[in-house]
Design a protein around this ligand. Structure first.
Ligand SMILES: *Cc1c(COP(=O)(O)O)cnc(C)c1O
Length: 548
């Protein structure tokens, strides 16, 4: 019976049905829908199978490039999705999945996301979004206020201003960072008496007009790869994205930064922007934002803060001061799909100067008319979904104090986990958590002691082997599917680049017991013969050192 409701034959009657008749509750899709509504955690737990299936084997299910000629039953398709897609997706909401920036999301996001999809608003213009436009403008103002703490009286002339927008809502931190540097670039080469501006005349003419040989963006080596894309896209060239080395705390080295700027000036290259990171993706550290703000002011260049990860720390009375100086930034990126606990696809950039976004303003005749309140006149993206509604929901339901609790808990948990690692004889903490991210590696105490005493080339030989241990350890743990940490390579001390395990503690359901079990599992994994062989080699090198 339910199959009658499916569009299994390409005729108009069936097509009308798929646009109008809902799935029967006893159909495959109906059942999934109900299961998710009733208990999403339980659904994910039972439907995502933990056993690793080779990506190659999965690829075989998605091998055809031909669009199916004949329609199929919705239920048949849903069966396929259940078995071949859902079952082999990643349980990012699991409390033991602490390797990446994706976490569990509050239950109310699901039905609201469904509502958002049903409404299918397009935020590019008021004509397709009506109340969604003022709502998104309010979200941008709230984030602006979170960052810049302007007096509430500051906002009324700006929130719903038909000429301006306080920021841009976008699909994520990447587009937010690109937008920030786009604005910076267009403001640096603004129209003047004999120049129509870079947006009109292009970078080559802009450089000629200004008499410079290039423009550059400076960020620490921990900067997110989105800045590389931005440098490429905005015409600077990736060579003009200057990656400044960090100090022992993964923060930009200010002395080296000054040297880099001097080097650029010697080559007649203009610094377009300094970027400070508030919560680096790999280690969660915060650059010295006050000092960067001072230096940007001295240079007269744009100061951008990438707070895609760490921005919500501003909710916390206890930890807000870690980001002090952020309020002096010309632009700030915050991702909502990270620590605002909104589903994937939501980021924002806000600008201190409420008129800054005019630098990228664009119009079209059929929409985005001059004087309309359309947000699309100030965004890189065109059509956009009503994701701001989910941010609005989080801010309203969880509130400042709710987010504060989540932030405080994550930072506390990272400190606890760091203490557990420090106390454990077989692990070495490779970056101290400042926010809620830390890195560590498997390195037995004896090896740690040998490393402290060994000459450089012996250290290097040991570290190469430890890197392999780390890589295998992470791979085995991921394949076992019980818990998950990620791995990265970081230049840790001097010029040593090490492979390390990375943990992000944002899921409120992650407990200290789970963290202890992650270490316990890792101690078991290193018993694998493949890893034992490496540890044996390391031991041999170490014995040589202690005997000397
Ligand atoms: C995640 C992240 C980004 C990129 O954001 P996307 O949402 O993945 O595009 C940029 N910067 C930092 C610091 C990040 O953590």
């Amino acid at each position: 019976m339910p199959k009658n409701r499916d569009a299994a034959r390409a005729n108009l009657e069936n097509l009308y049905r798929i646009f109008t008749v809902p799935e029967a509750p006893d159909s495959t899709l109906g059942a999934i829908d109900q299961a998710i509504a009733a208990d999403v955690t339980g659904f994910l737990q039972t439907h995502i199978v933990a056993i690793e299936r080779d990506l190659e084997a999965i690829e075989a299910d998605f091998a055809s490039a031909v669009i199916p000629e004949e329609p199929t039953y919705v239920s048949e398709y849903t069966e396929f999705v259940k078995e071949n897609l859902v079952a082999h997706s990643v349980h990012t909401a699991a409390p033991g999945f602490v390797g990446h920036m994706t976490s569990a999301i509050p239950y109310f996001m699901l039905p609201l996301a469904r509502l958002m999809t049903a409404l299918n608003q397009n935020l590019v213009k008021v004509e397709t979004s009506k109340a969604f436009t003022p709502m998104e403008r309010q979200v941008l103002a709230m984030l602006h206020h979170l960052v810049y703490r302007r007096d509430p009286d500051f906002y009324p002339p700006w929130i719903h201003n038909s000429q301006h927008a306080l920021g841009a809502f976008c699909s994520g931190g990447t587009i937010a960072n690109v937008t920030a540097l786009w604005v910076a670039r267009n403001r640096l080469f603004a129209p003047s008496v004999d120049f129509d501006g870079i947006a009109q005349e292009g970078l080559f003419r802009a450089l000629q007009h200004r008499g410079v040989d290039g423009i550059a963006v400076l960020v620490s080596e921990r900067g997110h790869y989105s800045f590389g894309k931005a440098a490429d896209l905005l015409g600077l060239g990736r060579d003009n994205l200057i990656k400044v080395q960090t100090d022992a705390h993964n923060r930009i080295d200010l002395r080296l930064l000054r040297e880099e700027v001097r080097r650029l000036q010697d080559r007649n290259i203009l610094p377009l922007a300094l970027v400070g990171i508030a919560g680096t993706t790999e280690t969660g550290n915060v650059d010295p934002l006050e000092a960067l703000a001072d230096f940007a002011a001295e240079l007269g260049c744009h100061f951008h803060v990438d707070a895609a990860w760490g921005g919500p720390t501003l909710f916390s009375d206890r930890f807000r001061s870690l980001l002090s100086g952020i309020e002096r930034a010309d632009s700030v990126t915050i991702d909502a799909h990270k620590q605002l606990y909104v589903p994937m696809g939501a980021g924002m950039v806000v600008f201190k100067d409420p008129t800054a976004l005019s630098a990228i303003e664009h119009h079209a005749n059929y929409i985005l008319r001059h004087g309309s309140k359309d947000l699309g006149s100030h965004t890189l993206e065109g059509s956009r979904p009503g994701m701001a509604m989910l941010v609005h929901a989080g801010l309203s339901i969880i509130g400042r104090k709710g987010y504060e609790l989540l932030i405080d808990m994550g930072i506390e948990r990272a400190k606890t986990f760091a203490a557990m690692i420090r106390q454990h004889p077989d692990f070495e903490l490779t970056s101290e958590p400042e926010l809620n991210i830390l890195t560590y590696r498997y390195c037995p105490l004896k090896v740690q002691q040998a490393l402290a005493a060994a000459p450089a080339e012996r250290c290097a030989a040991i570290n190469v082997l430890l890197d392999q241990v780390c890589m295998l350890l992470q791979k085995h743990q991921r394949e076992a599917g019980k818990t998950f940490v990620s791995r990265t390579r970081l230049r840790i001390r001097h010029d040593e680049e090490l492979t390390v395990l990375r943990v992000v503690l944002a899921n409120p359901l992650t407990t200290n017991e789970i963290l202890a079990s992650i270490l316990a599992e890792q101690c078991e994994i290193v018993q694998e013969p493949e890893i034992q062989a490496l540890l044996q080699q390391i031991e041999e090198i170490c014995t040589g050192i202690t005997e000397k």
